[in-house]
Ligand binder design. Sequence first.
Ligand code: NAP
Length: 446
Amino acid sequence: MQQILEAIQAGASGDELAAVPLPESYRAVVVRKEDQSMFEGMESEDKDPRQALRVQDVALPELAPDEAVIAVMASSINFNTVWTSIFEPLPTFGFLTRLGRESYWGKRHDQDFHVVGSDASGVVLRVGSAVRKWKPGDKVVVHCNYVDDQDHTSHNDSMLGDNQRIWGFETNYGGLADLSVVKANQLMPKPAHLTWEEAAVNALCNSTSYRMLVSKNAAGMQQGDAVLIWGATGGLGGYAVQYVLNGGGTPVGVVSSPEKAELLRDLGCEAVIDRKAAGYRFWSDEHTQDESEWRRLGKDIRGLIGRDVDIVFEHPGRQTFGASVFVAARGGTIVTCAATSGYMIEYDNRHLWMKLKRIVSSHFANYAEAWEANDLIRRGQVQPIMSAVYPLEQTGEAAYQVHKNLHEGKIGVLCLAPEEGLGIDDPAFREQVGEDKITAFRRHGV
Ligand code: NAP
């Protein structure tokens, strides 16, 4: 692995990189099948990713014709790694078993370990015989939409594919590792003005927010729209705020501390709600929601922007969904991609139908959407939201921070990159975009 790293750092050509031998095994962050019952009977918040996420060597799988082996310079923590590490709502080994039944190549994924991670930046080392557009030496980022391109259902919107999966969550050999094996159609060019770790944090959350707000496949935000963004300095929300501002809309950002509120204002979001300070109690007890609290949120929004929001950017789920449906404007849209606080949702349907609102679902992004979202990062129009960086050995701690909501934006993880700050190929463009803008979250982070 050292030889690979030295070659990359020395700026080796594609041919030179292709000649460096690949190791038989590599360092990776895994959960193990034998651990999948370790938290049985515990409350979600007490389940500790640090106990389940382990660093071990795994064998490098055989390369399929449509795949590439990449040297992973950096990766990031996504909430799906938190879910995998606490084995909720289900252990992810069932996904690997199902993939294993599909084909010879699928079988490689069905192991008693699961290499996690759904983001990566790095360098292509090898490509399979069917790969046309990528070659050793290409600097790339990886999106996590894992698509069966021989399935007809994948050919309108690939997120509608019957076999659509999320790499590193529903497949093995994810990005929190020194190497990864990915499909060639997961690759996108690395933004040249960013470090490895800044480049690694974007693809999953940025693409998801792009589809939710910008794409015609979900909310299809218009200029002038007001958008309520839950978790506005979180992984999804930090990109959502930028999309609303870039698209001529008005973001109303919800956060849970004065520090996060300050960061949000630094990003240019003027309408900020600190949900902790406001003390909303949408649920008066486990079974009952309190409409007067929904109304109070609606009043607070009107107090800030003088009207209701056209779109609600939803992901907390059970705790907030009733309020989200209530506060959306007549004819407005609630776009949802997740349910962090619980997936059995309750809302008052009268507020939905009588006011002609709609609930729209969204999930990651197809290749075209991920590419468009990545292009916006490459052009400096959307910034990475990396607030902290951990070494691969401390992935458990990094995932713990996300699980406990102690973080802001995204946490980067150094894989082969020996230190922070490497990988910038276009310093002039970085200067043009502005160091302050690129590192806004990092300066707030730890
Ligand atoms: P994140 O970085 O943890 O940010 C989420 C933010 O939501 C938190 O920082 C918190 O912000 C806010 N929040 C959490 N619980 C809340 C509650 N009960 N009420 C109100 N606000 C709450 O996570 P993320 O990366 O943005 O992901 C959020 C969710 O989306 C996760 O469940 C993840 O699995 C899912 N997701 C789905 C997709 C997809 O493709 N379907 C893609 C990415 C993520 P404050 O404390 O500051 O309010």
